[in-house]
Design a protein around this ligand. Structure first.
Ligand code: SAM
Length: 284
């Protein structure tokens, strides 16, 4: 008998992965957590039936959520990561010896525990001595901080369930206040292709643009996410991702990557016309 994981990308489109073993299943206080072993994508984590991380393509997501900001401001030392319980974002940050402190705020302790058990590829740096984990709601955590972080990375689930508050204008305003004078906010910015990801993308951009003077969006290819075309936001008080891009500095670090490089950095901010049009629509 064949076993398949299937996610509905729309009412009319499905994405399926053939599964070797269903390794783990539980309902935590916040969401349903599953881990599967697959032939094509290695082990993968789903939350409430939605794809989060696969061993095969996580490098694209985690390199692209971390390195563009780090290549713009070499002075980043103190970082807040919200969500990201799988650990992949923290793993990429740990390449930088210049970073002094990483606060990881994950609402669901069980995600971290399950990933440590089944996804060591991403969870491998969660015990780095610069990392402190807070099991709290990121929305509430960020309210308590003022002028504190050089970089905030929002590596969240989609805007429903526990992740809903992380897409609100109030949250982006609180991130602005929690950032230092030259602070940068990177956020999971959904996708331009299918509904409702498209509407979430438009709304996030509108809200971020009303808070941050610099508000750019960049793209990358993510085979297991709906449509494979995904976006991150780069918002800043001061730095612009292209005008302040420090290509020489980043190349001098010799960080080993598989997706990110300095050509990708420049290209990723060039968006297709239909995406630019969507981002310039005035909808709230
Ligand atoms: N790369 C993934 C994606 O975009 O689909 C996200 C990965 S990560 C596993 C997302 C994490 O955000 C989850 O572990 C979830 O528990 C956490 N999360 C959701 N809402 C949160 C909140 N309000 N505060 C902190 N963490 C939250």
């Amino acid at each position: 008998m064949d076993l398949w994981f299937t996610e509905n990308h729309t009412k009319n489109v499905r994405f399926s992965i053939k599964v070797d073993k269903h390794l783990h299943s539980e309902r935590s206080e916040f969401q349903r957590i599953d881990v599967f072993k697959s032939y094509e994508f290695g082990n993968f984590l789903t939350l409430d039936g939605l794809m989060m991380v696969t061993e095969r393509d996580e490098f694209a997501y985690h390199e692209m959520i971390v390195h563009p900001a780090m290549a713009v401001n070499p002075e980043i030392k103190n970082i807040l990561v919200i969500g990201a319980g799988d650990g992949g974002t923290v793993r990429e940050l740990c390449h930088y010896t210049s970073i002094q402190k990483i606060d990881l705020v994950e609402i669901d302790k069980r995600v971290v525990e399950v990933c440590k058990m089944y996804l060591p590829q991403t969870a491998c740096k969660l015990d780095d001595n610069r990392v402190e984990i807070f099991y709290e709601d990121g929305l509430k955590f960020v309210r308590k901080k003022q002028d504190f972080y050089d970089l905030i990375i929002v590596d969240s689930t989609d805007p429903f369930g526990p992740g809903e508050g992380l897409f609100t204008k109030e949250f982006y305003g609180n991130c602005y206040n929690a950032l230092t004078q030259k602070g940068i906010l990177i956020n999971q910015h959904e996708s331009p292709f299918y509904e409702p990801d498209k509407q979430s993308m438009i709304l996030s951009h509108k809200r971020i643009s009303s808070v941050f003077p610099v508000h750019e969006v960049y793209q990358f290819h993510m085979p297991t996410y709906p449509s494979g075309h995904w976006l991150f936001g780069f918002a800043g008080k001061y730095f612009h991702p292209i005008k302040n891009f420090n290509e020489e500095y980043w190349n001098s670090l010799n960080i080993k990557t598989r997706y990110y490089n300095t050509d990708i950095h420049k290209g990723a901010f060039a968006l297709p016309t239909y995406v630019k049009d969507l981002l310039s629509t005035n909808q709230e």
